[in-house]
Each structure stands twice: as C-alpha cells, then as structure tokens.
Ligand binder design. Sequence first.
Ligand SMILES: [Zn+2]
Length: 263
Amino acid sequence: MKRRTVLSRAGGVVGIAVAGSVPATGDSRGSPVATRDTYTLLDGTNHATEVVVIEGAQSGPTALVTGGIHGDEISGYRAAETVSGWDIAQGTLVVIPRANTIAIERGTREGTGGDLNRLFPPGDEPASALAQALWGAIERHDPDVYIDLHRSLGIYNVQPGYVGQAIFPTAAGPAVEHAQAVADILNDEKVPWYMPLHKYRAGDPMPESGPLIANKVGQDRDTPAYIVESTSFLLDLDTRTDWTTRAADALLARHGIERTGGR
Ligand SMILES: [Zn+2]
C-alpha cells in the first residue's frame, strides 16, 4: 500500500496567496512525498503567470527555473513545464514555466516593453512591471541556483551571432565547471555521433554588465545561474525540448536537487 506523508507548508510562502497545495505523486517505497503549491504572479493582469513550488521531503537547496522569457521559444517553455511536474527528494524547486505570457500567446520573442531578457541591468532596478515581478520571485525564494531555458536559431561559434547548443554560466560559484560537466552529459547521452556541430559546450561566462535575468542573478546575488540554449537548426521541437529538459535535470543534480519522479 502506498503511504503518503504530506508535508504541511504551514501556510505556504510568506506573503503570497497560495492557490492550491496538493501532494505530488508518491513513490512506491513508502517514503515521504514532495508537495506542490502554485500561486500566480501579477494575478489579474495580462502578464499573470503561474509559479509552481515543489518541496522535497528533506531540506536542501533551492532552485528556480524559468521558461518562456522569450515567447517564441517553445522548447524552452515546454521543458520548463515538464520540470514543473517533477518530484524531488530534497530541497525546493520553484518553476515559472511561462514567464512572458503575452509573448507566448502571441508567439513572438517580445511581449510588451521590449525584449524581456534585456530588462535586468545588474545593480539597478528591473525595467518593466513583469521584470520586477520575476525579480521579486527570485528575491522571495532566494534560490541557490537559477536556470533559464531558451531556444536559439543557430549554433554558437559556428553560425555568427547565434548561441545554440551552449550552456552559459555566470562566473559565480561552480557555475563554469558545472556548465561544462552538463554539456558533457548531454553530448554523451543525447547528441548523436553524426551531429558533431550539435554538441553542447559551455559558453563563456556572461559579461558583467549584461542585462539578462540570469546575469543579474549572478552579479547581484553572487549565485550560480545558467542560460540553456538549444537550437532549432536541424533539430525538431520534441528533440530540442528533450535535450533542454535533460540539461535542466543535470544542472539541478549538480546543485544537489535530485529528481525522484513526476510526469
Ligand atoms: Zn531566448
């Protein structure tokens, strides 16, 4: 018989109206299960977007994962949606699968207010209401690692100007080392030998002043953060979604968050 021990979240995250708290899928070994809460950022506006908070049965680090910062990067937000369905053994996994709701609905890179991933100047206030709300979620959950899932149109260092098949770390903590380790995992497990151009690599650490959300996490909070860029060049949507999802899984594992199940 399956025993379910649901950990109370004691009212959820302070200062947030928790929309629902349900036990995540239990496992068959009778161990305590994770819990899953959701709440909505910018509720009641056309930027409204769901935040999923998964708590492992044991205490541990906190990770925050986003998809859909760019609304036309389907593999990024599909991967984030998959991550939001996972159970974890320990720590806290916060996922904002569809960060830029308007852009996703329009199928465009930008929603309103310009390119969302250029509105996070290190050392300064985020430059739109949505950017401020996303940054507020980062400050509230205080993650030990941040992962932002994207899609590129081409390949880094092969097609000028494109960033695909790279994992860009911040300079904080062990991010550079972990980015390379996860690139190696993806190349071993996912990228076929006959697609050498599609091998993942660790990109250069983000430049100090870059106004990207991941970079602001690295610069302002001295926290490891990553941008995962999987390319649509000769890769179908399901494949690049799968590879992006695996990158998130491997990065979380490198930061001590072990996935135990989920859809
Ligand atoms: Zn992007």
